[in-house]
Structures are given as structure tokens and as C-alpha cells.
Design a protein around this ligand. Structure first.
Ligand SMILES: C[S@@+](CC[C@H](N)C(=O)[O-])C[C@H]1O[C@@H](n2cnc3c(N)ncnc32)[C@H](O)[C@@H]1O
Length: 437
């Protein structure tokens, strides 16, 4: 028997989550792109928005486990004509097992949602039967389904080979936790740590634990309006710290938007030229610099074509990458990225690095970084640069970086996935420092 009448009013949050999950998992759209399109998010109440994000986020963070549970009860895969049905089942399963909402209401609403559309209507009885099973025995069956399954096979194998088994356990742990918010503070981190009830991590970084996060909009937090800080993962703040810009140095920030690193360099008093290919992203960079009251020259150009008028004292290359290192806050990367993309990216990254080397004066510094956990985009590109480009290694000074010293080896800094698993996590990141010969 189907347990919900067809006239039940559907929760906008659950409908939104099902649409988001379909767009990401069935049509390969990123969450950011989905949010940028017409999707009804802003029309929802704050409560519905929170629920919608929680459901979609939980499906993405627990996808391996959710699908393993569903596979126990769905005898054969749903056909493509089932439309939103897969997403409805995934969202309801995630909500029942991990968000601990009342199971009866979720099952009932999922069935109503299935019944409300032509494509899914034929599957409403299946939804009812499957989700009742999930509600009755899913939690127990989950004991045999480890959280490491939430990392896709190819990444699990790659990370295991590169970093070892403990990394997989740690990455799986940080993936399913609530994420802290990290801030980079431009002056007096200790004072802002107190004002925002955060923890000073080291350098300019503060961490606001998710449980301590002040309710509501981050733009309302103390210090946002006056430009005292910017949101930036502890790891993402490191390349600019390693570059160690001097006042009045002439620095090029290639691939610069939305400008997190540009801001750090400009705050040191350096003359920064920020080069970015995307005009809409460059607009965001300009807005961010305005809020932070920092002066930079922003240029909309392709790093592969653009040439500076004078050679720079230093160049920072935050290259485009697969971003597999930022899976904690962007779990959609785990399902959207492929080994082919890693290979393609490595070629682009080397080309941008070669262009950057030609923008430097002899003796100038070059910092190359990627938020990818894949060595093909990090270590391999840097090794090739040392062989083929007029660049030598520049040893990273760890004096001001004692809090991340464990990740530094000579001219390289590598943060593996799942790092700081007991302290709220850290994005996986690779940085290499060079000097122009
Ligand atoms: C990792 S993001 C940069 C993040 C930024 N550095 C920050 O700290 O906020 C990479 C950026 O490179 C830009 N990009 C990609 N290819 C480029 C190219 N050939 N020339 C210039 N910018 C490029 C992308 O549009 C994207 O904004």
C-alpha cells in the first residue's frame, strides 16, 4: 500500500534536494553551477534552505553508503526514464539514515513526490517498499558498510597507492564531518580569535568550529564589513605566506580570481597584478578587493598569452586543477572528476607554469600551487618544470610556518587528503617554490 495521498504538499527543501542531486549525479553539473542557475534556492525560507543543503550535502558525502544500502533493496537499476526517482530514493535514504528525521514522514513524502510527476509516478510503489525497508533495517545494515566507500574507487586506489591506507580512513572521516570555517585575518589574529570565538591556528589563520559558528549570514560576522578578514582554508593561505611578498615588490598573481591569494599579497604592501581569464570571476575579485580596501591592478587575460611590461620579482601560479583536495567543502568533486581530467589538467598546468617562468626577472621567486590531491597535477608538474624550464628549487623557510612544518620537504609542501583529521581537517594541497635562473 502506498502510504501518502497524492494531494500532500511537498516540502520545497526535499524537492530542491532531489533536483540538485539529479543535476549533479545524473547530469554532471557542479553544485556551484547548479546554484548559479535558476533553482529556487533563494525563494525558500532559511529553515528550508538549511534542510535542502543538509539533504543534498549528505547524499554527496555519503553516496557510497547510500547507494550500497539502496542496492540491497532495489533489485535492478532504475531505467533512465525514471527521471528524478533515483535522486528521490537517495535523498530519502540519506535523510532517514544520517539526518535522523522521522522516517515515516520522509517515506510518505518521497512517495508523494514520486506520485506528483509523470516520469516517477510508476515507481511510487517501489519507493514505498524500498524506503520502508531502509527505515526498518538500514541503520543496522550500515554497520557492514564502511564510510571509506564514500570515496570513489579510482580515488581510493590512487590515494591508497600514493599516501597509504591511513589516509583513506582519515579522508573518509573528514568527509562526513561538519566543516569548520577558516578565516585569514589581515591584522591581529589573536584579537579576532577572541572577538569571533575562534581558535588561532598559526600565521594569519583562525578556525571557527562548526558548533561555535555564529548563526546566520557570514557577511554579518564582526569584521566582515570592515574587511578585517576573508574566508580561506588554512591550506589555501599557505602559498602567499611562502611567497613572503615584500612591500613594493612587483608581483604577478596568475589565475587570480576570486582573489584570496591576491588579497594576502596586496596586504603585504606589494604591487600586485592579478591576471584572470574569466571576466565574471575577475569582477568578484574586484569586489573582494574593494571590501578589503586593497589596491591591485586586475587584468582580464589568458595567462598563456598575456605578457607583463616589466619582469616581476615574484609570480604566484594558483593553477586551475581538478580540485580533488577540496572534497571536504565541495564533496561534488568526488563524483564529478575523472582520471582523464587529471591528465588533461597536468598539461595545462605545465603550460601556465612555463608562461609564468618567462614573466620573472633572474633570481625572482615562483610559487606554484594546486588544490588537487593528485600528484600528477602537483609533484609531477613541478618535477617536469625543474627539468625543462629555467627554474631551480627554492627551499621553503618554515620559521613562520611551524604549524604546517610536518608537510614541508625542501622546496615542496604537500598536504595529503584527510590531514588534521582530529582537528577539523585541512584541504589537500600541493605547493612548490622555485627561483628563476
Ligand atoms: C584555483 S582558481 C584560483 C583561486 C585564486 N587564486 C584564489 O586564491 O582565490 C584558478 C583560476 O584560474 C583561472 N584560469 C584558468 N585558466 C586560466 C588561464 N589560462 N589564464 C588565466 N586564468 C585562468 C580560473 O578561471 C580560476 O579562476
Amino acid at each position: 500500500m502506498v502510504c501518502a495521498p497524492m494531494h500532500v504538499k511537498l516540502s520545497p527543501a526535499r524537492v530542491w534536494a532531489a533536483n540538485a542531486i539529479t543535476a549533479i549525479l545524473d547530469h554532471g553539473q557542479s553544485m556551484d553551477d547548479f546554484l548559479a542557475g535558476p533553482n529556487g534556492f533563494t525563494a525558500m525560507s532559511p529553515r528550508d534552505r538549511a534542510l535542502a543543503r543538509a539533504i543534498a550535502g549528505t547524499v554527496l558525502r555519503r553516496l557510497g553508503q547510500v547507494d550500497a544500502i539502496l542496492a540491497l533493496y532495489v533489485a535492478k537499476p532504475l531505467p533512465p526514464k525514471a527521471g528524478l526517482m533515483r535522486a528521490i530514493l537517495r535523498c530519502a535514504t540519506a535523510e532517514i539514515l544520517f539526518l535522523r528525521s522521522p522516517a515515516f514522514a520522509i517515506v510518505s513524502e518521497a512517495v508523494s513526490m514520486a506520485a506528483s510527476k509523470g516520469k516517477t509516478r510508476a515507481f511510487r510503489h517501489l519507493a514505498n517498499a524500498v524506503l520502508r525497508k531502509v527505515a526498518a533495517e538500514g541503520a543496522e545494515r550500515l554497520n557492514d558498510i564502511p564510510a571509506t566507500l564514500n570515496i570513489p574507487d579510482w580515488l581510493r586506489q590512487n590515494w591508497q597507492k600514493t599516501y597509504g591506507e591511513a589516509t583513506i580512513e582519515n579522508a573518509a572521516k573528514v568527509l562526513i564531518e561538519d566543516q569548520p570555517t577558516d578565516l585569514t585575518v589581515f591584522r591581529d589574529p589573536a584579537i579576532w580569535a577572541e572577538k569571533l570565538s575562534g581558535t588561532a591556528i598559526g600565521g594569519p589563520s583562525l578556525r571557527i568550529a562548526s558548533a561555535d559558528r555564529q548563526a546566520g549570514d557570514i557577511t554579518k560576522w564582526a569584521g566582515f564589513e570592515e574587511g578585517a578578514w576573508q574566508v580561506q582554508d588554512v591550506a589555501a593561505a599557505l602559498p602567499a605566506l611562502i611567497l613572503n611578498a615584500g612591500a613594493d615588490e612587483n608581483i604577478i598573481d596568475l589565475c587570480a580570481a576570486p582573489g584570496g591569494k591576491t588579497a594576502q599579497l596586496a596586504a603585504c604592501g606589494a604591487k600586485v597584478t592579478a591576471v584572470e581569464r574569466s571576466s565574471s570571476r575577475l569582477e568578484r575579485l574586484d569586489q573582494n578587493m574593494k571590501r578589503l580596501d586593497l589596491k591591485v591592478q586586475s587584468v582580464c587575460a589568458d595567462a598563456l598569452q598575456w605578457k607583463p611590461e616589466t619582469l616581476a620579482d615574484a609570480v604566484l601560479v594558483d593553477a586551475p586543477c581538478t580540485a580533488t583536495g577540496v572534497f571536504r567543502r565541495h564533496p561534488d568533486v568526488l563524483v564529478l572528476k575523472t582520471p582523464d581530467q587529471v591528465r588533461d589538467m597536468a598539461n595545462t598546468q605545465f603550460a601556465i607554469l612555463a608562461a609564468a617562468a618567462n614573466m620573472l626577472r633572474p633570481g625572482g621567486r615562483l610559487i606554484y600551487c594546486v588544490c588537487s590531491a593528485q600528484t600528477e597535477e602537483g609533484e609531477d608538474v613541478a618535477r617536469r618544470a625543474l627539468k625543462e624550464l629555467p627554474l631551480g628549487p627554492l627551499i621553503i623557510e618554515t620559521g613562520a610556518l611551524s604549524y604546517v612544518q610536518a608537510f614541508v620537504k625542501a622546496h615542496e609542501l604537500r598536504i595529503p587528503p584527510g590531514a588534521w583529521a582530529d582537528k577539523g581537517g585541512l584541504d589537500a594541497f600541493y605547493i612548490s617554490a622555485f627561483t628563476r635562473q
